[in-house]
Each structure stands twice: as C-alpha cells, then as structure tokens.
Design a protein around this ligand. Structure first.
Ligand code: MGD
Ligand code: MGD
Ligand code: MO
Length: 757
C-alpha cells in the first residue's frame, strides 16, 4: 500500500497538475520574479539588489555559473537568479529566540522548504552534547570548541572539510590552505556530485577539466547540441546566447528524455518582440532514453567515419592520439543496439547526422543529464571523440561546454578545493607558505560519508551547502552524520544539515554575496570564476542581516589561528583585514592569476588561460588530445521497473526550495510527484492522480523507499521516470556511483512502484 509522506510538515504537499508550458521566460516570468522578490526583500531591497546583479560594479549572481556578456543589459538576471537573490537578501531573521522556541527534534521534523523560509541566521549557535536545542555562543567560544575537537583527533584525516560551490575564490583558497596546514586533503565538495565526471573525462582527453568555449564561440557556432541539460530552469541566461546563435544562423539539437520548455520556445524578456512571440530554439529534439547518450554519440561517430571527407584528417594527425583504437571500436557500433539503448528511431538519428555534417563549427553543451550515471565518464569521453573527429576544438565557434552549476564551483576547484590535488599545486603551496602539505589523497563526498559511517572521520566542517540533503542514500548519510563528534556549518540560511548533527554542533552564520563586506582594511571585494573561465570581482551592497555575521574568509582565518596557533607562519590576521593580500598569494600559487589584484580592476575581469582553446595544445600524458575507446554501456532495466532520474523543479535551487510549483512542467502546489509516460503507466497500473511508493532496487539487496508520490502522466521517454531531488535522494544507493569520478548516479535509479490495489 502507498503510505503517506512523512508527518510533521506544516506544508501540505498537494500537487495539482495542469498542461506543461511550451515556452520559457516572457512576461509571466517577470511578474513572478518581482512578486517573490518583494515578498522576501521588500520594495527597496528589491531595487537595490536586482539592479546590481551581474553588473560590472555589482555582485555576481549567487544562482548559476553562466557567464555575463561584455555588453550588459540593465537587467542582467533571470527569474531564477532573482529568486536566488531574494532568498539571500530576505528580511526574515532566524534569531536565538527562534532556536529557543524550536528544539532540535522540531527542526528535524520540518521540510527543507519550511526551514529555508525562516530567514537569515543572525548569531553563532551551539548545540552542546546531550542538549535538546541550540543556544547562542560567542565566536571565540565557537572557534575554541572546533579547535578542541580537531586537536583531539588521532589523525588530521579524521576531519572533513566540505565546500559548496558558492564559496568565493578567496575563502576557498584559505580553506584548502588551512586544511592542508592542519594536515589533510579531505576536501570533498559539491563538484564531486556535479561535474566531477566532466572534469575526469576532460582532463584525460584534452588535458584540462574545464570547458573550452566562450560566449562569443556560442554566438558563432553553426550547431549547438544541448545534451542532458534544462537551461530554461537552471541556466536561463543561456537561452539568450542560444537565441543569439540562432539569429546568426545556428541550428540547435537537444538530447533529453523530457521535452523542456526553454528549448522548445523562448520568450526573451529583454526584447519587446521576444516577449510577445518568442522563438523556437530547438531544430531537432532527440528524446533519448535515460543513459543512452554514450551509445548515441558512438553511433554518430561511426557514421561520421563512414562519410567520405567528414573527418578532419589534418587535425587528427597533428593533434590527437589513440585514433586507431577508437576507430576500431566506433566502426563496431551497431544500429540495433543503439536504437535499443536510446529509444530513438533511425530517421531522427539520420536527421541529426545531416545537421552535424553540415556544420563547420559545433559545440556540445551538457550538464547533469550526462554526468550522474555509472558510465558518465565514458559518455563524456565519447562526446570528446565526437568533437575531435571534425576538429571541433581550439577554434572559434567550436568546443566542449560543460555548463557548471554553482556560481563559483569552477573557481573553488581552481583554488585547490580538491581531494586529489596535483603535485605541482602542492609544490607551489609548499614553496609559498613554508610547510609540507600532505601528499596522500583525501576523501571525496561518497568516501567521506563512508568514513563517517565507519567511524573513520569524526569532525565534519562545511563551508556552505546542505550536505545531508544533497548527498545520496539519505538514511545512511544521516545516520553517518549522527556518529560524528562535531558537525559545523558555515551557513546563511537554515537547512536540514543543521538538524541532523553530530554529538555537538555549531552553526556559524556568514555574509552572503549580496552583503556589504567591511573589514579592518576597508570595504572588501571577492572574486569568482564562471563556467567559461572568466574571473571577476563581486561586491555586495546590502547591510548585513545582523552585526554578528563574519565573512567566510574571516571565519577561516580565525579558525586557523585558533587551531594552528603559533605553529602556522601564515599571516591569517592580514588575510582577514584585506583580501587583496590573499589574492597576492593566489597570484604566486595558481597559474593564470599573475597580477591578480591588478587584473580584477578591469571591468569584466579576465579570462584564464586554456591551452586547448588558446593554442590547440593538449597538456595530457601523451601531449595530444586523446581519443578513447571504452565499451558502450547503457542501463538495463528489469520488466515492471522504470529508470528514475532525480532532477530540479523550476522553484528550487538544489536543496533550497523557493516554492512548490514547477510552472513549465505544469505542476503546482507540491513536490512529491513522479512523471511517467502514459503507456508505461498503463502497463504498470499507475492511474494519473493516484499515489504510489517508489522503491529502488540495487544489487546490495537493500530496498530503499520514498513514500506517497502522486503519479503524473507526462511525455517523458518510454521506460523512464522523473522525480525531484532532494526528496528522492533516499532512493540513490551510496555505492551507485560513476566509474572513475565516483559521482552518485542520481540520474539512473531502478525503481518499482508499490501502490494500493
Ligand atoms: N534555478 C536553478 N538553477 C540552478 C540549479 C537549481 O537547482 N535551480 N542548480 C545549479 C546546479 S548546482 C547545477 S549542477 C545545474 C544543473 O542543471 P541541469 O543539469 O539542467 O539540472 P537537472 O534538473 O538535474 O536536469 C538534468 C537534465 O538532464 C535531463 N536528463 C536526465 N537524464 C538524462 C540522460 O540520461 N540523458 C540526457 N541526454 N538527458 C538526461 C533531464 O531531463 C533534465 O533536463 O543548475 C544550476 N542552476
Ligand atoms: N538526487 C540528486 N542529488 C543531487 C543532485 C541531483 O541532481 N540529484 N545534484 C547534485 C549537485 S549538481 C550539487 S551541486 C549538489 C548541491 O549540494 P550543496 O551545494 O551542498 O547544496 P545547496 O542546496 O546548494 O546548499 C544550500 C545551502 O547553502 C547555504 N548557503 C547559501 N548561500 C551561502 C553562502 O553565501 N555562504 C555559505 N557559507 N552558505 C551559503 C545555505 O545555508 C543553503 O541552505 O547536490 C547534488 N545532489
Ligand atoms: Mo551542481
């Protein structure tokens, strides 16, 4: 029998379903944006913030990592960016009185949506061992508690330092420096759950784990393939770039199990005509089965190889390695297997091929639809093979475009937030700071959860994020977190990770992107790196939520002094006073940041070097771009089951829930929905509007259950289902991860449905 969703949540989850929308953005989006913004921030702050988002003298939008163009519009933000800003700049406050009134058990019974709606945290809070609620604590005492627990550890590797990708370059650089001076490379980050597969695949094949295109390249492309990405919701400003490309004659192919609104039709809110009519962005929609992408690109590669004159022979000869082995594998690709893996028909693939062959400049963009699968890394390598074949890298209008998530997730990695740092990076750190950093690898996210579960790690410190909700296997992860001696969260807003704690817990409230940051050395700026390797400054302009907040760099600097004491030669006090002194050090440690302080003075910032893009040089082990030839894989789903992907609604930012609607998909007032193709639903006896439990089946034999989901008949690919994250993270087994990158396979969960007769 289908059971009811967990009790205790004051938010009624009662989804209503209407027809999905065909177009994204437009007038409706603007009204919606302003309404949400004013509810949270009031009229004045709405004006103060929304006019500064992504302006050259303003702050970087805390939403996605999509870059800003050189010619900025007065409103360089989107509906979802405005929601992200409103969420942070809200006038609502979580004070010590709030914690006095809400014991831990109460907080643990609330939904993530409710927790987030309570507002900005105003003071450091401490949960003593055995206490039933948080109490206010001074900063000094908070740092002393952390220092006490950290110094009591048998080894520095019993501590974990997590980073969520909103953290600025300056704070990230300090955090990794502190962790390494303390003695560990345990620096898991959200990237481990996000684009790690892209980083792994790209580093091996082109020598750098970052995308190779600029906005200008998108505008100049003949063909843009958008695979496994929903830009209408998650990167709305990307639609402007796609529209511009389209106006210049580009074709667009989208590859997705779902028809996503933004790609079908885009109503540009920044042009009057766009608002009324909108443009159809998609020229071809390949409605692929979940996990079929590697098979698709492999077959396309075979077809390119079989077309006389289609391969860029000169590029292959001059710049690549492994061609023979790859062509042997590609020639063996099989139509029938591909059609089974992808669910596509032959005619659609042939149409795609014609567009590919007609294009002289091709870009492939992708996001979580490709990265969160068991075979994500070989899938992305196959995309690289596809681009290499026709020389589509290192020239205008062509290249790889992994579209990043968090606004500074790429920068955090550049700053050394990585559990497997390169020896070169550690050498530079050692030389600059005069200590010997640990050389052995640390734990990524999945490995960190295991370490907590098995008692190998005892202190968990998070620079932002919402670890227990964002990670897989919620029950396992929460139990693991509860075994910690101490859990510490540097946060702006309340979330579930504050309610699922170790024996002792701390919440350290911090400034956000929109807040004015004044230190002893004056008003500070921080910097971020976008999805295309552009680094620029970000300046908040709002009065902080409370006088007790510390900035992220200040928190790390004070923590480092409390923990390391005189044994550290690093000038932590100077770093806190003036972030320019941090940038001077970054300039000497991280390649590409020479003259950092001078360069961020330039409006718009500067672009980091990227050898494949700039000079067709590939810093791989072979010194060439590597073709690869992995066996083709795709998920096999037993009869009576569907393959579930866990994705984002239009009203959320990862685990932050802005509202209960998913407007483009026609879902209103609830999140516990599962989208199923009507024909699959009929076969499985799932009536539209009925309720079902989702039960995930994994080879460990453990059955994981998410209860009480409303069935929605929806035009997804056959054999596939979709439901929102984080409600469904309970279904993703901890050990179900991508080969090589170890990213949780959260787009590929085999589920059966249990429902009343
Ligand atoms: N408003 C808003 N913006 C965000 C975020 C947010 O939560 N809200 N999150 C940010 C973050 S951290 C990230 S990483 C990005 C995420 O951006 P996306 O990757 O766009 O996010 P998802 O909702 O996970 O969507 C995955 C898309 O891939 C498709 N897909 C799923 N499985 C497959 C498959 O096997 N093959 C193919 N071809 N497609 C597939 C899904 O149908 C969906 O369209 O967005 C960032 N921006
Ligand atoms: N099933 C499933 N799981 C997934 C995914 C999926 O598609 N499916 N996607 C994965 C992906 S791509 C990602 S990136 C991760 C996201 O994982 P995380 O980055 O850990 O999660 P977020 O929800 O983005 O974190 C939100 C919290 O960050 C804090 N915060 C916000 N702004 C600031 C700030 O300026 N400073 C500080 N210190 N804190 C701040 C707030 O307290 C807020 O509650 O989730 C992953 N998990
Ligand atoms: Mo992400």
């Amino acid at each position: 029998m289908a059971s009811k969703p967990p009790a205790g949540d004051p938010v009624q989850d009662a989804p209503l379903v209407v027809d999905p929308q065909r177009a994204a953005a437009g007038i409706h989006a603007i009204g919606h944006t302003l309404r949400i913004a004013q509810q949270q921030m009031g009229v004045l702050r709405t004006a103060q913030t929304l006019l500064k988002v992504n302006q050259k003298d303003g702050f970087d939008c805390p939403g996605c990592a999509w870059p800003e163009g050189d010619k900025r519009h007065a409103a360089e933000f989107c509906e979802n960016g405005a929601k992200a800003v409103a969420e942070e700049a809200t006038l609502r406050r979580v004070t010590p009185d709030f914690f006095a009134a809400h014991p831990l058990a109460d907080l643990a019974s609330r939904s993530g949506y409710w927790l987030g709606q309570q507002g900005r945290i105003t003071q450091p809070m401490y949960l003593p061992e055995g206490a039933d609620r948080y109490e206010a604590v001074t900063w000094e005492r908070a740092f002393a508690i952390i220092a006490q627990e950290l110094t009591a550890l048998a080894s520095p590797d019993e501590a974990l330092f997590y980073t969520s990708g909103r953290t600025s370059n300056e704070a990230a650089f300090l955090l990794q420096l502190f962790a390494r001076e303390f003695g560990t490379n345990n620096l898991p980050d959200c990237s481990n759950m996000c684009h790690e597969s892209s980083g792994s695949a790209l580093t091996e094949t082109i020598g750098i784990g970052k995308g190779s295109v600029s906005l200008e390249d998108l505008h100049q492309a003949d063909l843009i393939i958008v695979a496994g990405q929903n830009p209408g919701t998650n990167h709305p400003r990307m639609l402007n770039a796609l529209e511009q490309a389209k106006n210049a004659g580009a074709k667009i192919i989208s590859v997705n199990p779902l028809p996503e609104a933004g790609l079908e039709r885009f109503k540009n809110p920044q042009t009057p005509l766009g608002m009324l009519k909108g443009v159809a962005l998609n020229d071809l929609f390949l409605q692929i089965r979940i996990g079929g992408d590697q098979a698709l690109f492999r077959l396309l590669n075979k077809l390119i190889l079989e077309t006389p004159g289609a391969v860029d022979e000169e590029f292959v000869r001059e710049h690549t390695h492994g061609y023979e082995e790859f062509t042997a594998a590609a020639r063996a690709a099989d139509w029938d297997e591909t059609l089974a893996a992808t669910g596509l028909d032959r005619a659609a693939i042939e149409r795609a091929l014609a567009m590919i062959l007609a294009s002289k400049r091709t870009i492939v963009c992708w996001a979580m639809g490709l990265t969160q699968h068991k075979h994500a890394v070989p899938t992305i390598r196959e995309v690289v093979n596809f681009l290499l074949l026709r020389g589509n890298i290192g020239r205008p209008g062509a290249g790889v475009c992994p579209v990043r998530g968090h606004s500074n997730v790429q920068g955090d990695r550049t700053m050394g937030i990585f559990e497997r740092p390169s020896p070169a990076f550690l050498d530079a750190l050692e030389k600059e700071f005069g200590f010997a950093p640990p050389r052995h690898h640390g734990f990524d996210v999945v490995r960190s959860i295991r370490a907590l579960r098995d008692g190998e790690a005892k202190v968990f410190f998070a620079m932002g994020g919402n670890f227990v909700s964002a990670t897989p296997d919620t029950e396992v992860t929460e139990a693991a977190m509860r075994r910690a001696r101490l859990t510490v969260h540097v946060s702006t807003k309340l979330n579930r990770s504050h309610a699922v704690t170790g024996a002792r817990a701390l919440i350290l409230p911090t400034l956000g992107r929109t807040d004015k940051d004044v230190q002893a050395g004056g008003r500070q700026v921080v910097t971020v790196e976008d999805s295309m390797g552009m680094v620029h400054a970000s300046r908040g302009n709002l009065t902080p939520a409370s006088p007790h907040l510390l900035s992220e760099p200040a928190i790390v600097a004070r923590l480092a002094r409390a923990v390391l004491g005189p044994r550290s030669l690093t000038p932590w006090e100077d770093f806190e006073k003036d972030y320019a002194t941090i940038r001077d050090r970054i300039a000497r440690v991280v390649p590409g940041f020479e003259d950092f302080n001078a360069k961020i003075g330039r409006p718009g910032g500067f672009t980091l070097p990227h050898a494949p893009r700039d000079e067709r040089r590939f810093p791989t082990a072979t010194g060439k771009a590597n073709f690869t030839a992995a066996p083709v894989e795709f998920p096999k789903v037993p009869a009576g089951r569907l393959l579930l992907q866990t994705l984002r609604s239009h009203d959320q930012y990862n685990t932050t829930i802005y509202g209960l609607d998913d407007r483009y998909r026609g879902i209103k007032g609830g999140r516990r929905v599962v989208l199923v193709h009507p024909d699959d639903a009929r076969e499985l006896g799932l009536a539209d509007g009925s309720y079902t439990d989702l039960v995930s089946e994994w080879k460990d034999g453990v059955e994981r259950r998410a209860a009480g989901f409303r069935v929605v008949h929806y035009p997804t690919a056959r054999g596939c289902a979709a439901a929102y994250y984080p409600e469904t993270n309970v279904l993703v087994p901890l050990d179900s991860t991508a080969d090589t990158s170890n990213t949780p396979a959260s787009k590929s969960v085999i589920v059966r449905f249990e429902h009343g007769e």
